[in-house]
Design a protein around this ligand. Structure first.
Ligand SMILES: Cc1cc2nc3c(=O)[nH]c(=O)nc-3n(C[C@H](O)[C@H](O)[C@H](O)COP(=O)(O)O)c2cc1C
Length: 402
């Protein structure tokens, strides 16, 4: 591309883009990166400062993550509880993003088999009795009554997000958190209407989606973060996840799918690809990592746009919702390829942790390479306060509730 064309392409891509009932100033979303800046489960100044940098840096919408729908749904320390008691801080968060010219999404989830008793105080739950191979703890089977309660909690959390001024909710149906664990034949061995066929294993996700939609209507966009495959034998693979996407898309309630891969239960590096700092990770977690390291988390060389090939499989299947491409997006050539191939948005995680102003930098100089080297040292910071080890230490901002 010559210089004139590339600048034209930059101007075309980084322009306002509709997502259901909302319009993003640019079609770039800061992907969820569990921030760990909420020691009391509430919004803090550190959390606001952290996200403001992405909005000021040219991202259209940032994702507040991870927001648990209940105290039992926490995955790691310092996460947000999306509950009415926290609404004042949540309003301050969205107001700050809006004042800076960007939008805010809230990732809502229940950690299910990933939760630990040390963090939540309860024995974690899963679709069926299940031994988590990383933490070595047993999860008990969730009851039908709990399925109903959790569906309601998702709807309540989405309504709190809408009342707090969020522009979107992202339902976390990926990474073998509770809802995607239902989709996995490896974890879900149920014999009732929530186990067995793909329709049955998608039922919980569909019920949550419809309940959320019924509750929030068009007050905000609904994004689903969906696992395409998780790299685990006998678990989630494209032949089934494309069918799951079809079932959810046909409801007409999804505004966009953010397509992801991997899980936080096993073969964790499949989610990230690239170097793994086993010692760093083992030091932050109880369990087997210290001894079995790479056998548990797997080894997958880093590749730019590593989710693209799988994500292409969803293009002919998903007819109503838009598609958000994620994974290994590090510079303008990756972003422009995503749009050339027909994706509607891109989501970026690690490259933004390294370089929050990456979009503004690209607009100034689209030939510039991204700074993130995918060393993945940010990964094990999920058990404290996440940060890129090469960049500003946001941990210095106040972690008191605002
Ligand atoms: C430190 C860190 C924390 C993350 N936390 C979350 C999370 O809370 N929820 C989630 O869905 N994904 C989480 N992710 C995964 C990212 O959203 C994204 O799917 C992944 O990093 C791949 O995108 P990237 O190549 O642009 O980094 C996290 C990633 C990192 C690096």
């Amino acid at each position: 591309m010559n210089t004139e064309n590339i600048h034209q392409s930059v101007a075309q891509i980084f322009s306002p883009t509709k997502l259901g009932p909302i319009t993003l100033p640019t079609p770039v979303i800061k992907a969820a990166t569990s921030e760990g800046r909420s020691p009391e489960g509430k919004v803090t100044q550190a959390l606001i400062d952290f996200h403001l940098d992405f909005i000021k840096g040219g991202v259209g919408m940032t994702t507040l993550a991870y927001c648990a729908i209940s105290k039992v749904g926490f995955a790691t320390p310092g996460e947000i509880l999306m509950a009415r008691e926290n609404i004042e801080g949540l309003k301050k968060f969205t107001q700050a993003m809006h004042d800076a010219g960007g939008l805010a999404s809230a990732q809502l989830g229940h950690a299910g088999p990933l939760a630990t008793k040390q963090i939540t105080g309860y024995q974690p739950i899963a679709p069926s009795k299940f031994m988590n191979p990383t933490s070595f703890q047993t999860r008990r089977e969730i009851t039908l009554k709990e399925i109903e309660e959790i569906t309601e909690q998702f709807a309540e959390a989405a309504e709190v997000a809408a009342d707090s001024g969020f522009d979107a909710v992202e339902l976390h149906f990926g990474h073998l958190y509770l809802v995607s664990a239902f989709m996995s034949p490896w974890i879900n061995k149920r014999k009732d209407q929530y186990g067995g066929s793909i329709e049955n294993r998608t039922r919980f996700a569909k019920e949550i989606l419809l309940k959320v939609k019924e509750r929030v209507k068009d007050r905000l966009a609904i994004i689903i973060k969906l696992s395409m495959d998780d790299g685990i034998k006998g678990s989630i693979w494209l032949d089934e996840s494309t069918q799951t996407a079809k079932i959810l898309d046909e409801t007409g309630a999804v505004d966009a799918f953010e397509l992801t891969m991997g899980s936080s239960v096993a073969k964790q590096m499949y989610l990230f690809h690239g170097e793994a700092d086993i010692d760093g990770m083992a030091a932050t977690q109880k369990g087997n990592l210290k001894w079995f390291g790479k056998k548990i988390i797997g080894e997958y060389p880093y590749k730019d746009l590593y989710m693209l090939e799988a994500a292409r499989q969803f293009q002919p299947i998903v007819k109503n919702a838009k598609l958000i491409l994620l994974g290994g997006i590090n510079d303008f050539s990756h972003i422009s390829q995503a749009f050339r191939e027909g994706f509607h948005f891109v989501a970026i995680g690690r490259a933004l942790l390294r370089e929050p102003e990456i979009i503004n930098n690209i607009i100034k100089n689209p030939y510039k390479s991204g700074l993130c080297i995918h060393c993945n040292k940010c990964m094990f910071s999920v058990y404290s306060t996440i940060n890129c080890v090469f960049t500003k230490d946001y941990a210095t901002s106040s972690q008191k509730a605002v």
